[in-house]
Ligand binder design. Structure first.
Ligand code: SF4
Length: 426
């Protein structure tokens, strides 16, 4: 039997789709295509109207195929069970039981729907095979208790829950022993990791001690979670890469308050100063939402000014999308779609400027690089500070730690020369 998975949404959803794919492959199912699969899985997203619409479109598309089984899981089905049922889907799951996908398939007799209340569930342990990638992703946490006023995630993913520390450390140790040079810690709200009294800083301290781990990356961290203990680990361990993704969301205190974010611009700026004191060349990237209710032109330009002040290395920009059931959906002074589009465009241009200017600082510098792919005589991959590298070189360098010199910027790449391989070939 052949399977085909359609994944929509965030990195955590992508991780879970890959976990399901590994489980199916390990159980003897073959990977098919959109046209010839027997089993289709749509791992849906609900974070914006567009994501919801695309998820529904994909479900309809696979239902029209000649199929044996259509399974829908993820955030849309967690929130809109009845809608998905009406479409005639065979198995409906939400954001729980993705690891039990084989049992659901093997025991399938009639249409079923299993949507759990996620407000108080345990962490669902899952692990990727990961072995086809340079970088290994480890999901350490799920859910969120923050309830930012625009965000549906606490409803779709439930409350905060974390993987046991022993399991995280064992998983990373075995991934490193297998040959992964870089580990990426991921979750919905990664920095809120906790296992009883053991917190994120404790976890970082233990991970950096794992022998032969070359790079540790945090997929995203809230500014309020970068406490002195986390800063101390960053200051004393260069295994933690020179890159942090810290969501700003807005550069206006008025909007941050309406968003129910737990910081103001002063707090954000002070933390960034602290980080740059210990890591002067760090790349700090961010998420920004534009067109949040009450965002006037003046407040939008306040955001621009603070983005420039913080000097991010790149922006991920999202137009605000109304999500029914959130506080922000009930706010007046909603911003028109046309204005949101204009603001996205302005920030995209700013992001490119910031990115190029960050890259330019490194012309002539020697940096560590792990090549991930090879094409037409060139190696592609990233430095620790997440510069996209294109370097002439041999395939044998893939997944090795090499030193490169940055020669010039041909956006979006830093064109580089390989100087030296600093790790023995496997
Ligand atoms: S911190 Fe805020 S934006 Fe992030 S997942 Fe939680 S509620 Fe959503």
């Amino acid at each position: 039997m052949k399977y085909y998975i359609i994944n929509l949404g965030c990195k955590v959803n992508a991780y879970e789709a890959k976990v399901m794919s590994d489980l199916l492959t390990n159980a003897g199912y073959l990977k098919g295509s959109i046209d010839d699969a027997d089993i289709y899985i749509v791992n849906t997203c609900f974070v914006t109207n567009v994501a919801e619409h695309k998820s529904l479109q994909m479900i309809r598309r696979v239902l029209n195929k000649n199929h044996k089984l259509v399974i829908v899981c993820g955030c849309l089905s967690q929130m809109k069970e009845a809608t998905v049922k009406d479409l005639g889907v065979d198995i409906i799951l939400g954001n729980k039981d993705k690891t039990k996908i084989i049992d659901y398939i093997n025991n399938y007799k009639q249409k079923i729907s299993k949507i759990y209340d996620l407000s108080n569930v345990d962490f669902e342990n899952m692990q990727l095979n990961n072995f086809d990638k340079t970088r290994a992703f480890v999901k350490i946490q799920d859910g969120c208790n923050n309830f930012c006023s625009y965000c549906i995630i606490p409803f779709t993913r439930g409350g905060l829950r974390s993987k046991k520390k022993e399991i995280v450390l064992k998983e990373i140790t075995s991934l490193v022993a297998y040959g992964h040079k870089e580990i990426v810690l991921t979750g919905i709200h990664t920095g809120s990791y906790t296992d009883l009294n053991y917190d994120f800083a404790d976890l970082l301290k233990d991970i950096v001690k794992i022998p032969n781990l070359k790079r540790l990356r945090i997929s995203s961290i809230e500014i309020t979670e970068i406490n002195d203990r986390v800063l101390d680990v960053i200051a004393n361990n260069d295994i933690l890469v020179d890159h942090m993704h810290i969501p700003l969301q807005s550069g206006s205190d008025t909007i941050l308050k309406l968003m129910n974010r737990k910081y103001d611009i002063n707090y954000f700026l002070n933390k960034i100063t602290q980080i740059r004191k210990i890591r002067p060349n760090i790349s700090i990237t961010t998420d920004v939402i534009v067109g949040f209710p009450h965002e006037t032109t003046e407040l939008f330009y306040e955001t621009i000014s603070n983005i420039k002040k913080i000097n991010f290395a790149k922006l991920h920009i999202f137009p605000y999308s109304i999500r029914e059931g959130t506080k922000a959906s009930m706010m007046d002074e909603q911003v028109s779609e046309t204005v949101k589009k204009e603001r996205v465009k302005i920030l995209l241009n700013l992001s490119k400027e910031l990115e190029i200017s960050y890259m330019q600082q490194f012309i002539g510098a020697t940096l560590d690089f792990i090549p991930e792919t090879y094409k037409d005589g060139y190696l592609f991959g990233h430095t620790g500070n997440y510069l996209s590298i294109k370097a002439k070189g041999d395939k044998k360098f893939i997944n090795q730690l090499v030193k490169i010199k940055i020669d010039e910027i041909i956006y979006p790449f830093c064109l580089s020369t390989i100087c030296q391989c600093i790790v023995d070939f496997k």
